[in-house]
Design a protein around this ligand. Structure first.
Ligand code: GRF
Length: 185
């Protein structure tokens, strides 16, 4: 069975959905890489029985050294895909050189609109009526890689920010596992 690795920094709801929908059926989720000590995604991984690697950039002399340490673990897994799911660091040149074309990300806005760390907040502040989600390949830019798939919805009259955020996450949890399954075929 093909193996994938998920990178996350925070809650990990996408990670959990990917594990529930795909692990042991479509692929093996071989490892969760997390750059934030104490992040909730680590707890989820423990409950789900998925191996974790917790690495902190501050423990390394450079981003290159940090990424080389991650690569050492990835080489044991030989992942078909590296799936970023709320990983809040830019992928650096060391990881890109090793895995370009195999790293994908999910972004909570309709790229190329609203790239960056707060896509949902930026879209809401702009006042958009149509919101959505993008899955794309990762390149050296911020959310600039080739788009693989997108999904969208129109905000209802009177819809609160919280309701829009919930819709975004529901779309993510549907779209991301489907795209991963498709790419692994
Ligand atoms: C998602 O909204 C994703 O689009 C963005 O980060 C968030 C991660 O959420 N890149 P979670 O940690 O999977 O709940």
């Amino acid at each position: 069975m093909k193996r994938i690795v998920v990178f996350a920094s925070g809650s990990g709801s996408n990670f959990e959905t990917i594990v529930q929908k795909l692990h042991g059926k479509v692929c093996e989720v071989a490892l969760l890489v997390c750059d934030k000590p104490g992040a909730y995604c680590l707890e989820r991984a423990e409950k789900l029985g998925i191996a974790t690697l917790q690495v902190s950039l501050k423990d390394f002399a450079s981003k290159a050294d940090y990424e080389l340490a991650i690569i050492k673990h990835l080489q044991k897994v030989e992942p078909e895909l590296i799936v970023l799911a709320g990983y809040m660091k830019l992928i650096g040149e060391v990881l890109l050189a090793e895995y370009e074309g195999k790293i994908i990300n999910i972004h909570p806005a309709l790229l190329p609109a609203f790239p960056g760390a707060d896509g949902i907040g930026d879209a809401l502040r702009y006042g958009v009526r149509v919101m959505g989600v993008t899955v794309h390949y990762v390149d050296a830019g911020v959310d600039t890689g080739r788009i693989i798939d997108q999904d969208s919805f129109k905000r209802a009259d009177g819809e609160t920010e919280q309701q829009s955020k919930e819709k975004i996450h529901a779309i993510e949890h549907d779209l991301y596992p489907r795209v991963i399954e498709q790419l692994l075929k």
